[in-house]
Design a protein around this ligand. Structure first.
Ligand SMILES: C[S@@+](CC[C@H](N)C(=O)[O-])C[C@H]1O[C@@H](n2cnc3c(N)ncnc32)[C@H](O)[C@@H]1O
Length: 323
């Protein structure tokens, strides 16, 4: 399992970039970029080097943690998956590329694409001193245009990206990303009802085109959750001093909520483990766990009297794959 915290090399590169920048300027820009996001805007507010750095300092730790958690879930289901090349769509500062490089030592080629010049420049700077990532290829341009010219890749990732484009474009982009996927496509979104809705729409669209779900669902059937419920997970990450300063936060950690789907060309073999959909409730007599099973949704109760099963269920955590 890869750690959800930024790798030392990336932390050092971010700290290096911050030298010469005022932390209070970065905090001010981060606050204004976050407000744009909250108001429904996208990365268009990121225009300068300071904007890009402020965005990366404030958000990269959390999006990195969410992508890493999703990749960990994928690796658990498909331990033999060893992609050689990666395509990172809407790569921004290169977050998913760093996460994938940590999760898969097999990765050799990294192709990134994004429309935002400031984020592209930052990504190239951050990767400059990395032995693994200094040779990344980063195309600047609109995703669908760039994708049409891209090579296929074993692993294609779009992290916190599809929410920035309209519904009709999302469908076209999903199809193009799938066309460029030789093995696995991972899409990660914020763990909000809207983020989940985008994931579930893309999931249905690509299953109709022959995709199989590797994670989080243990099946290709329709999602058994009914609104207002939605499938999402949470990943805790540590906040560094700089991260706290830029966010004006006190707590030494934050919990990032995310939704994701990993789709594969070939079906995952064998009986699939169930997915824990919320933190299990432990009482004196039993543990109640909300599970997505191959047969659908289940509120499984494990009685304390069933000692061995109870001991196993006590270790279940939200997001785990369990049998
Ligand atoms: C919220 S950022 C996420 C960046 C990165 N994937 C991450 O997880 O940190 C969304 C990214 O998608 C890019 N993006 C949005 N719409 C795009 C489009 N139509 N074509 C290319 N890039 C796009 C933005 O420029 C931005 O870098």
């Amino acid at each position: 399992m890869t750690s959800p915290d930024l790798p030392a090399e990336l932390k050092a590169a971010l700290d290096g970039k911050l030298r010469g920048f005022s932390r209070s300027d970065a905090a001010g820009r981060a606050a204004s970029i976050s407000k744009t996001y909250r108001d429904g805007g996208g990365s268009g507010a990121i225009r300068s080097e300071t904007d890009a750095l402020a965005y990366a300092l404030a958000r990269m730790p959390a999006t990195y943690a969410a992508v890493t958690a999703s990749l960990n879930a994928l690796v658990e289901i498909r331990p033999d998956f060893a992609p050689k090349n990666l395509l990172d769509v809407g790569a921004g500062p290169g977050t998913a590329t760093w996460a994938a490089a940590e999760a898969f030592p097999s990765l050799q080629d990294f192709a990134l694409l994004d429309a935002n010049d400031a984020l592209r420049t930052l990504a190239l700077d951050l990767a400059h001193d990395s032995t693994r990532l200094r040779g990344i290829g980063y195309q600047r341009g609109e995703a669908r245009m760039s994708l049409a010219k891209s090579h296929t890749a074993d692993l294609v990732v779009a992290s916190y990206m599809i929410g920035e484009i309209g519904d009709a474009e999302q469908r076209a982009l999903a199809e193009l990303m799938w066309q460029k996927t030789r093995d696995t496509l991972l899409v990660v979104e914020p763990g909000t009802p809207a983020g989940y809705a985008r994931i579930i729409a893309l999931r249905a669209q690509l299953i109709a085109l022959g995709a199989h779900v590797a994670a989080p669902c243990p099946h290709n059937n329709e999602c058994p959750l009914l609104a207002p419920d939605w499938c999402h997970f949470t990943q805790r990450l540590q906040r560094s001093r700089t991260h706290k300063q830029v966010k004006g936060a006190e707590l030494p950690f934050e919990d990032e909520r995310f939704s994701y789907v990993a789709l594969t060309r070939a079906p995952v073999e064998g009986r699939r483990p169930s997915r824990v959909l919320a933190q299990p409730i432990v009482s004196k007599v039993e543990i109640t766990a909300k599970l997505c099973t191959p047969e659908g949704l289940s509120f499984t109760k494990v009685r304390r009297r069933a000692k061995a099963d109870y001991a196993v269920a006590r270790r279940w955590r939200w997001g785990d794959a369990v049998t």
